[in-house]
Design a protein around this ligand. Sequence first.
Ligand code: NDP
Ligand code: MG
Length: 382
Amino acid sequence: MKNEHNISILGSTGSIGTQTIEIARENPEIKIKALAAHRNIKLLEEQAREFKPQTVSVTDENAAKELKIKLADTDIKVISGEDGLIDIATADGADTVVTAVVGIAGLKPTIEAINAGKNIALANKETLVTGGHIVTKLAKEKSVALLPVDSEHSAIFQSLQGCRDRKEIKKILLTASGGPFYGKKREELKNVTPSDALKHPNWDMGAKVTIDSSTLVNKGLEVMEARWLFDVDIDDIEVLVHRQSVVHSMVEFCDNGIIAQLGTPDMRLPIQYAITYPYRKPMKNNVLDFTKYPSLTFDKPDTETFFALELAFRAGREGGILPTVFNSADEAAVELFLKGEIGYLDIADRIKAAMDNAPTVENPSLDDIFAADKYAREFVKK
Ligand code: NDP
Ligand code: MG
């Protein structure tokens, strides 16, 4: 059994990042070699002093300068900018990189980490949504593992342990909590405010993914992420609304047998499993008490109200740059919504308009993907 895990964390100050830190605190065999954040230097300094990584990176140049002064009494190197993030992704001594930054910003550093032979504990779903064809091919070539952190994908991955032949997979049953507006119709969602949409019933996550959960964009991104991670046809993925978030997802096999992974809604387990895979480690405070869940319910999603989910299936089916347009239009629209500049229903409407107007680009290169990202952001802001 491997008894040391050397990791770097991209996005260590976020929701996934801080839970990864918590796991490292509980497991002294997890060593942190490098950390990266965007601008939260207060928390990054605390993390750096506690875990003493070789290098930390702050994307924001001014914040990086400030942190350099604060950490002047230590041996920790402080770097900055987009290059800094790539340096953390490829840092010496780490064998696994936890990609917990939010948005398409995760794509390039993940590619560089794979090029450097690092295994990827993948939280950043945008990486596979936008560059799945490039990333999965490269990971194969470099023989590195893409280990899912997203709870649904971890559940699928866990359910597939012991599956000898991927051809035996008939269907993936991807569960969705339904978010805070389950059961509501479009008419009732017109005046939703950011604070309404930021209240998730079961999970405590970063702002972007919480809004995405409420619009079902998150589930759409997860459908595309699953398609690449498990090499299945997009139409062999079925979304099921499961309000209790206990069954984290399931796999149906050719003999109609179904294997599921269950547990409390707690991201620490999937994060830890991605780091310690193929081994499991004890964990505190996440025992599932079945008697607290007298019924587990399953339902079809309302894709008329939450049509962004259908848009994601369309993007996944058509491929090319459309998944990037879906993703980046959403990133831009959520930003505008959080600033109070557009309404809640505008999010999905603008994603659709950006997709309808997008050019067709087959088998996009990285440059094409970043051009599509730019197009979608500009389109949504217009
Ligand atoms: P948060 O918003 O909580 O954290 C984002 C992290 O990324 C922070 O450390 C932030 O730094 C950093 N960051 C933000 N923008 C940039 C940038 N441009 N360059 C470098 N670093 C950046 O997000 P979450 O932790 O919720 O989500 C992270 C990823 O994991 C997302 O892709 C999300 O979809 C996925 N995910 C999250 C889940 C969850 O439970 N939270 C569940 C499943 C998947 P700073 O703090 O300094 O701004
Ligand atoms: Mg998820």
